[in-house]
Design a binder for this molecule. Structure first.
Ligand code: PLP
Length: 361
C-alpha cells in the first residue's frame, strides 16, 4: 500500500515498533529523559535556540496555541491566506475575538511579500501576521523569509503554520526570526498523528505576558514551566506518539537535516516531472511548487473521484482530493516524511494505468 496523502504519512517499522512499547509514568524519570531528548532534537530541526513545546493534539491545536498564547481579544491581525489552511489560521484568530484583516491571494499562487508590506504600512494597528509556510491545500510554499523580514521591519509578531514544512522543507526559525512556528507529528516526522510541536521566540514570550485570550489546555506558559522544572507536560501526554517521535527524530538526525530537505526536493521533482510526462498539468505555480505535496489538475473528461478510487482499489495507491473549493478540481500527492524517489515512480506507474480507466468512466 502506498499511502501518499499529505498526512498522516507512512511510518518506518522501527517507529511502529516503538509505538507498541509499554506505558510509563508520565510523572517519572524515564518520561523526563525521553521528552528532554526529543525536545532537544526538535530544536535542532526547527533550527532554534528558543523553546519548542510538545502538545498532545493535532496540528490545529498548535495553531490554536499560537493564537491564544500571544494575542488578546480585539487585537488586529493580518491573516495572510493562499488556501484552506491560511483560512483556518485566520478563522481560529477570529473565533477568539481577534480583529482579523484578511490578505488573500488566488489559490495556486504564493503570497506577495510586497503586498504584506503594503498592508502593514496601511494599517499601523496590526499586531501580528499569521501566515502558512507550506499551503498543503494548493501545493505552494510561500516565500517565508521575505515575509518574515517584512514583519520584522514593522515590528509585528509573525505566527507561522509550518505544519507540513518543518523538518521537510528548510525553515530556519531563528535565522528568519519567526516568533511562533507550528508543526504536527503526522506530517514530515515519520510518526503517527497525536502531537503538535510549537516554537516560541523571546518576542513571543513577551507577547505572552500580555496576551489575554482564554486558554487552559493549550497554555504554553504552563507547558514551559513544568517542562523546565520537571521534564513533564501539564496534562497526560500521548506517550506512544512520543516514543514514535523519539525514533523518527533519530532517523532524521542520522540522515542529516539538510539531506532530508534535499531528498524532499528530489522526490517532489520526480512527482512534478512524472505528472507532466503523463500529460497532466500542475495546479500550483511551479516556481513555488511545494516539496512536500504536489497538486495536479484533474484533466477534463476525467472524474477525479473515480480516479482516486481506481488508484486505491486497483493499484493500492492512496492519494488526496482537493479541499474546499478545489474539491473535484485537483488531486494531491503527499510526499513527505518516509518517502523516496522510488515511491513516486510507483505512484506514476499507477497513475499511468488509472488515468485512461477514469476517463472511460
Ligand atoms: C495538516 C495541516 C494542518 C493541521 O491539520 P491537523 O489535521 O489538525 O493536524 C495545518 N496546516 C497545514 C498547512 C497542514 O498541512
Amino acid at each position: 500500500m502506498q499511502l501518499r496523502i499529505p498526512g498522516p504519512t507512512p511510518c518506518p517499522e522501527e517507529v511502529l515498533r516503538a509505538q507498541s512499547r509499554q506505558m510509563i509514568n508520565h510523572r517519572g524519570k524515564d518520561f523526563s529523559v525521553i521528552i528532554r531528548k526529543v525536545t532537544e532534537q526538535l530544536k535542532r530541526c526547527f533550527q532554534t535556540q528558543n523553546d519548542v513545546l510538545i502538545l498532545t493534539g493535532s496540528g490545529t491545536s498548535g495553531l490554536e496555541a499560537a493564537v491564544v498564547n500571544t494575542l488578546s481579544p480585539g487585537d488586529r491581525v493580518l491573516g495572510v491566506s493562499i488556501g484552506a489552511f491560511g483560512d483556518r489560521f485566520a478563522d481560529i484568530a477570529r473565533t477568539y475575538g481577534a480583529d482579523v484583516k484578511k490578505l488573500s491571494f488566488d489559490w495556486g499562487v504564493p503570497a506577495d511579500p510586497d503586498a504584506v508590506r503594503q498592508a502593514l504600512k496601511d494599517d499601523a494597528g496590526i499586531k501580528a501576521v499569521l501566515v502558512t509556510h507550506n499551503e498543503t491545500s494548493t501545493g505552494i510554499t510561500n516565500d517565508l523569509k521575505p515575509i518574515a523580514a517584512v514583519a520584522r521591519e514593522f515590528d509585528k509578531l509573525i505566527l507561522v503554520d509550518g505544519v507540513s514544512s518543518v523538518g521537510s522543507i528548510d525553515l530556519p526559525v531563528d535565522a528568519w526570526q519567526c516568533d511562533v512556528v507550528v508543526t504536527g507529528s503526522q506530517k514530515g516526522w515519520m510518526t503517527p498523528p497525536g502531537m503538535a510541536m510549537v516554537s516560541m521566540s523571546q518576542r513571543a514570550w513577551q507577547a505572552n505576558e500580555k496576551a489575554k485570550m482564554p486558554r487552559f489546555y493549550l497554555d504554553l506558559g504552563r507547558a514551559r514551566k513544568i517542562f523546565d522544572e520537571k521534564g513533564q507536560t501539564p496534562w497526560t501526554p500521548g506517550i506512544s506518539t512520543l516514543y514514535a517521535l523519539d525514533v523518527g527524530l533519530d532517523a532524521i538526525e542520522k540522515e542529516g537535516l539538510q539531506n532530508v530537505f534535499s531528498r524532499h526536493a528530489r522526490v517532489a521533482k520526480v512527482a512534478r516531472e512524472g505528472a507532466k510526462s503523463l500529460g497532466l498539468t500542475l495546479f500550483a505555480r511551479e516556481s513555488h511548487a511545494s516539496n512536500t505535496v504536489t497538486a495536479i489538475n484533474v484533466p477534463s473528461g476525467v472524474d477525479g473521484k473515480k480516479l482516486l478510487q481506481i488508484l486505491r482499489e486497483e493499484h493500492q495507491v492512496v492519494l488526496s482530493g482537493g479541499q474546499a473549493k478545489l474539491e473535484g478540481k485537483i488531486f494531491r500527492i503527499g510526499h513527505l516524511g518516509w518517502v523516496a524517489e522510488s515511491d513516486m515512480n510507483v505512484v506514476m506507474a499507477a497513475l499511468k494505468k488509472a488515468l485512461p480507466a477514469a476517463k472511460g468512466a
